[in-house]
Design a protein around this ligand. Structure first.
Ligand SMILES: [Zn+2]
Length: 217
């Protein structure tokens, strides 16, 4: 993929597919967006939420960052990009669902097992990856074989989702809405190798095929 392909891609989109969305987009321009879902996914180029969930413009407010991590609530005066997205989605857009979606072969989760050195060029990444530390610790404790990299990486990716869901509950306005029943938090795991998604079932702490997912609201 070269940058010129993007120019061609947009032309193709306008000529072949824009008409499919035109009515919706005109309405959304008039009314503004009103998505029910905040999707938190990884920045990984192989993760393509709109494609694999077959969504339309206006369906999902999206946060993507390294590792689909959720930083803990921190109401100081610093630049908290991810928290700003969460704050806007919950307090302004009043989303009804937050999906934390991890994925297989996640470079961020794998990096938790690497020494990134002391380079100032990775200073922000190193700090950010601390958000996966608990997932790494849990996985290493639970791993039957510490040399089984496949098990370690895949488990870390899934365990991290649960910790990021927990981090969402450090935001007081999220806790309030969850208690009221106006907001639900979901943990999903996307397998890039076959397009399937599993959801986290808190009742028995396992991931199950998305086909079995049931939701009343
Ligand atoms: Zn990733």
């Amino acid at each position: 993929m070269q940058i010129n392909d993007l120019v061609k891609g947009n032309k193709k989109f306008r000529e072949a597919r824009f008409s499919k969305y035109e009515t919706d987009l005109k309405q959304l321009t008039k009314d503004g967006q009103n998505p029910d879902i905040l999707f938190i996914g990884c920045s990984d180029s192989r993760v393509t939420p709109e494609l694999v969930l077959d969504t339309k413009p206006g369906d999902m407010f999206t946060l993507r960052n390294v590792g689909n991590f959720v930083p803990p609530y921190n109401p100081d005066n610093d630049y908290h990009g991810s928290s700003a997205v969460i704050e806007y989605a919950v307090n302004v857009l009043n989303v009804k669902h937050i999906i934390v979606c991890g994925h297989s072969y996640c470079g961020a989760c794998r990096s938790l097992y690497k020494d990134l050195g002391d380079s100032s060029e990775l200073i922000n990444i190193k700090k950010w990856l601390e958000l996966g530390k608990k997932a790494r610790e849990y996985t290493l404790l639970a791993a039957p074989d510490k040399n089984d990299k496949e098990y370690i990486y895949r488990t870390t990716e899934k365990v991290s989702i649960v910790y990021q869901m927990e981090n969402l509950l450090t935001f007081p306005y999220i806790v309030k809405r969850v208690k009221e029943g106006s907001l639900q938090i979901h943990g999903w795991y996307y397998k890039i190798e076959n397009g399937t998604i599993e959801f986290y079932d808190g009742s028995d702490c396992t991931f199950k095929p998305l086909e079995e997912f049931k939701n009343e609201s």
